[in-house]
Design a protein around this ligand. Sequence first.
Ligand SMILES: Nc1nc2c(ncn2[C@@H]2O[C@H](COP(=O)(O)OP(=O)(O)OP(=O)(O)O)[C@@H](O)[C@H]2O)c(=O)[nH]1
Ligand SMILES: [Mg+2]
Length: 304
Amino acid sequence: MSTKSAFIALVGRPNVGKSSLMNRLLGAKVAIVSDKPQTTRTRIMGVLTEGESQFVFIDTPGLHRPRNKLGESMVRAVGESVGDVDVCVLVVDASEWEQSRGPAPAERELIDRFRKDKLPAVLVLNKIDLLPDRTRLLGAITAYSSLFDFAAVVPLSARTGDGAGALIDELRPFAGEGPHFFADDSLTDQSERALAAEIIREKLLRRLSHEVPHGIAVGIEKFADGKTREGADLLDVEAVVYCEQESHKGIVIGKGGAMLKTVSTQARVEMERFFGCKVNLRCWVKVKEDWRNRPGLIHQFGLD
Ligand SMILES: Nc1nc2c(ncn2[C@@H]2O[C@H](COP(=O)(O)OP(=O)(O)OP(=O)(O)O)[C@@H](O)[C@H]2O)c(=O)[nH]1
Ligand SMILES: [Mg+2]
């Protein structure tokens, strides 16, 4: 059988739904999602194999003005991802269009890059479930189309799945003859340890607010297979939650340890579902001051 593959980068501003879209396209959750901007910190691959064709999606951090070394490395990850693919998907939040002042500088920057690299791109107008009617999309379509000749424009809802099939149909022509780069049953390039750390970070992001969530990193200290007393498979996980200030540590732990306990329980339940076995999870909290500006720590947390 002849095989085909396509590498596809999902790019756009923070919080527009790139990770939600990738999960929706794969039919599995491999990238964490939250309502906080800058949830995704590194490029994350998601693999979808449909018969002869393999689509490798690259979810990227939202393009923003970096304010620390971590931000710089996130923005660099976007640039590198765009350089390596067959087609880009520019994801835009259609529900925000009417309050916006047109395409944002970050989006114009991406579009300039498509033009310079002669890179084909598809425009996705996401979150259409929040629009009262689709005529509200016309302004956005006109504005973005005047900036670039998109190969297709696809209105879509990553939340409901409406339009996801249409997007795959638009991407299919970009799959060229060539080998599959991943096993046909693989879902992501992330290690199990990295997935475990991300699951914990997601549960934290969803409960924390203000500056605290942005300064969180999770390190996995132990990830070992074992058995329960009854002989069932057991995953033994020890994690350290790093935050930037002593006061943040208190918030993460919560009153009488309540916050950390809730977060650990939620993370354990999701890990059990994902890994398909019992999980024993213990979390500690430590302070690493200003780690987002310390390249050694950024590297230690696997964020470069
Ligand atoms: N109503 C609605 N909400 C959505 C949709 N897609 C994503 N969201 C929400 O938008 C927020 C951001 O979603 P993410 O997938 O984390 O966005 P992202 O673009 O990956 O964000 P960063 O990683 O920070 O760049 C979350 O609260 C999602 O639940 C959608 O189609 N409809
Ligand atoms: Mg994301």
